[in-house]
Design a protein around this ligand. Structure first.
Ligand SMILES: *Cc1c(COP(=O)(O)O)cnc(C)c1O
Length: 506
């Protein structure tokens, strides 16, 4: 038998070879030193100075050509760049980093990413990653069970909630059209549909749904907003009425339910919407990108009752799940719903290969080459276990309740609502009513960022009177944060606001 050996050259030592792995070991040690030192340099959730300082740091770190003529020593090139990168990164482990849905990842997930990158498997064909393909099946299987789906369900890992929502509208469009004999939009184009497709959802639906509607050809303006109760949850009776009143020239493609809205965390009434969707023969998609984390918690999972009745579900484990992005998941109640993606035959999934067991996952994805995100997820699920994950989710919920109680007790702060899950929406109310509260809160948030004190998000909260004032948002995703740390974040908001007001008056 012919034996073929590995090779390296003096310029190129592939990371996975024996020589490459030795170099990698030393680079990882460097990386760990740099990551640890960066905490001191930052001194907070981000270095002070705002966008100008970040641009200046990049200018300095990238002063030489990014693509020099001569090869550089890997250890030096690596250290210089990662130092600058780490020092001006947002520290997602810092208690005052409460803006975005970026979780602090587990150590095993970070280590798994090293293995994933080094082995560089892909999911499009059997010869691109045999174990990675099997692992993805197990991870998807476990998540379908977590969501309450039965046998016959399926899914895929994706590059995030936005991609999962795009896949949902694609599946909804083609499955609904097929079910109603209305055409084959994937093959013939949306223009060949005899009826105008529409999507129904609440005003709180994530903007990725609007984008997805544009991309799949339904059009952003074909999204019909269903009226909600005062809290922000879609009204089933209104949903039913709107579907019943659509003209014969309209084809309702999908009903989108928020299963944890991005800002307030509210869940639309899933069991009622499922019944309505069934009756009107419309695809029900539940966007649990954020709220899906509640599934881990016996205390909170009741929020998502009815989730398993949805035809498809979006979840993001890079939010609640403590794995690095991307850890998007798209689940379908019926594994055969991938429609046109599954039917497309290319050299990647020739029939005789598939029959012999040489399968790939090209047919469940929009991508061809697709990185394996399952390893970091599998190792994190195994390490934390259900009890560990439940405790972490509950802790974030408790943090939100603590912060909300503290905010409610502060005379200069207004709380939007009691937290539904792990977000807290509030704003600072300047005593002087000549000050525009919207502009003030916007500037307050920027100042907290520029001074490197705290990272908060902002949004607008719709009111019954039609106004939409600016609110600041705390997003709890770090179970390690103590209540006392959150008090310090709120103290810093109050102090910075007082300073800003004093400056305006002088
Ligand atoms: C975060 C979020 C998304 C988008 O997910 P990405 O992973 O950021 O693309 C979609 N829907 C909801 C409800 C979300 O909270």
């Amino acid at each position: 038998m012919v034996k073929i050996e590995h090779a390296s050259t003096s310029v190129f030592r592939p990371a996975g070879t024996v020589e490459g792995l030795e170099e990698l070991r030393s680079l990882v040690n460097t990386a760990i030193d740099v990551l640890a030192a960066a905490h001191t340099v930052r001194g907070g959730p981000v270095r002070e100075g705002g966008p100008a300082a970040a641009a200046e740091a990049a200018r300095r770190a990238l002063a030489g050509p990014l693509l020099p003529a001569e090869p550089a020593e890997p250890a030096t090139a690596f250290r210089e760049l990662i130092e600058a990168y780490a020092e001006f990164s947002v520290d997602v482990t810092h208690p005052a980093a409460v803006a975005r849905m970026q979780c602090p990842p587990t150590t095993v997930a970070a280590a798994a990413e090293l293995v994933t990158a080094t082995l560089n498997q892909s999911l499009h064909a059997w010869e691109s990653g045999p174990f990675a393909l099997e692992l993805e099946k197990y991870v998807v299987g476990e998540l379908t069970r977590l969501a309450g789906y039965g046998p016959g369900s399926g899914g895929t890992l994706t590059a995030g909630g936005s991609l999962s929502n795009l896949m949902a509208l694609l599946a909804a469009r083609d499955n609904t059209a097929a079910r109603r004999g209305a055409g084959r939009p994937f093959q013939d184009g949306i223009a060949a549909l005899e009826r105008r497709p529409v999507v129904l959802c609440s005003p709180a639906t994530h903007f990725s749904i609007g984008r997805a509607a544009g991309i799949v050809g339904i059009g952003e303006d074909a999204i019909l907003r269903v009226p909600t109760d005062l809290v922000g949850r879609i009204l089933p009776a209104e949903t039913d009425r709107m579907l019943a009143e659509l003209g014969d020239d309209v084809l309702p493609i999908a009903l989108i339910a928020c299963a944890g809205s991005t800002d307030e965390g509210w869940v639309d009434p899933l069991p009622e919407l499922a019944e309505i969707a069934r009756r009107h023969n419309v695809w029900l998609h539940a966007d649990a990108a954020y709220g899906g984390g509640a599934l881990f918690s016996p205390r909170l999972r009741g929020m998502l009752d009815g989730l398993a009745e949805a035809d498809s579900i979006t979840m993001d484990l890079h939010k609640f799940g403590w794995t690095p992005a991307s850890s998007g998941i798209f689940l379908v109640k019926d594994a055969d719903s991938f429609g046109p993606l599954a039917q497309q035959t290319t050299t990647l999934n020739a029939g005789d290969d598939k029959e012999a067991g040489y399968f790939g996952l090209y047919g469940t994805s929009i991508q061809a080459t697709r990185r394996s995100d399952a390893l970091k997820i599998a190792v994190t699920l195994r390490t934390l276990g259900r009890d560990g994950l439940a405790a972490m989710v509950d802790r974030c919920h408790d943090q939100a309740r603590h912060a909300a109680a503290r905010i409610a007790a502060e005379p200069r702060l207004e709380l939007a609502a009691e937290p539904a899950f792990s977000t807290v929406l509030f704003r600072y109310l300047p005593a002087d009513d000549r000050i525009d509260a919207d502009a003030f809160n916007g500037a307050l948030r920027r100042r907290l960022m520029a001074e490197g004190t705290a990272l908060l998000a902002r949004t607008r909260v719709p009111r019954a009177d039609g106004s939409q004032p600016v609110f600041l948002k705390l997003m709890m995703l770090n179970p390690a944060t103590a209540d006392a740390d959150l008090d310090l974040v709120i103290d810093s908001v109050l102090d910075t606001a007082a300073k800003a007001l004093a400056e305006q008056q002088s």
